[in-house]
Design a binder for this molecule. Structure first.
Ligand code: CA
Length: 234
């Protein structure tokens, strides 16, 4: 079944752009240009995820989120203006799952959507029964987000939490090349002020703990673009 995504965004150009990209990725997308209607639509259910702008007519995004959280735990990704640090903090406090700063690269938004959908489908499983099928796989490598555990052919691999997040992001976006900027934004966050080659450094850490130990080439470098984990078996 296709995931339906609600876009609450009053800037028609941005909303239309996101809508087209989502349709292209195989999602269903519904747009709404004001907060009040957006809240009603989100409350009516049937959406897998909501993209929520903050500056909206009728009802601002923060208020939409606050009211929505009374009845719904649908994943919400906030679309915030650059430098609006207070908005981000307040949004996360009110129960947003993630935020992305405008202007954003669509690749980055898509990577975050996949992560949020993956998390929420896993939580849905967890609430019904103890299902081990949240495991992410690539060949003999498995990653369990709930247990925070990575194994290769059954043998456990010790990772730091940042290494784990990076591997998780690459696995959720398997077969999709992610740029350094996208990985930086998704794993380290937008306010990261350190060295931009931190992604390369952490890819090296992962390779030294996985590829070199087990003699595989899990994380592939795509020159001039970024990194990808490919499922060689399709
Ligand atoms: Ca707006």
């Amino acid at each position: 079944m296709k995931d339906r995504i609600l876009i609450i965004e009053d800037e028609e150009k941005i909303a239309r752009f996101i809508e087209l990209e989502l349709l292209h990725e195989g999602y269903e997308a519904v747009k709404c240009g004001d907060g009040r209607t957006g809240l009603e639509m989100a409350e009516s259910g049937g959406f897998s995820l909501v993209l929520l702008d903050i500056m909206l007519p009728e009802l601002n995004g923060m208020e939409v989120l606050r009211r929505l959280r009374r009845t719904s735990d649908v994943p919400v990704i906030m679309l915030t203006a650059r430098d609006a640090v207070m908005d981000k903090v307040a949004g996360l406090d009110q129960g947003a799952d993630d935020y992305i700063t405008k202007p954003f690269a669509i690749e980055e938004l898509l990577a975050r959507i996949r992560l949020a959908l993956r998390r929420s489908s896993h939580q849905a499983h967890e609430n019904t029964q103890d299902t081990p099928d949240d495991l992410l796989r690539c060949g003999d490598l498995t990653l369990s987000p709930s247990r925070h555990e990575v194994k290769y052919a059954g043998k456990e691999i010790e990772l730091t939490s940042r290494e784990f997040d990076l591997l998780n992001t690459l696995l959720v976006n398997k077969n999709i090349v992610l740029s350094r900027d996208t990985l930086l934004g998704t794993v380290w966050g937008y306010d990261y002020m350190g060295e931009t080659n931190v992604v390369d450094v952490y890819v090296r850490y992962l390779r030294s703990k996985i590829d070199e130990v087990f003699g595989i080439s899990l994380i592939q470098t795509v020159r001039g673009v970024g990194y990808v984990i490919r499922d060689e078996n399709g």
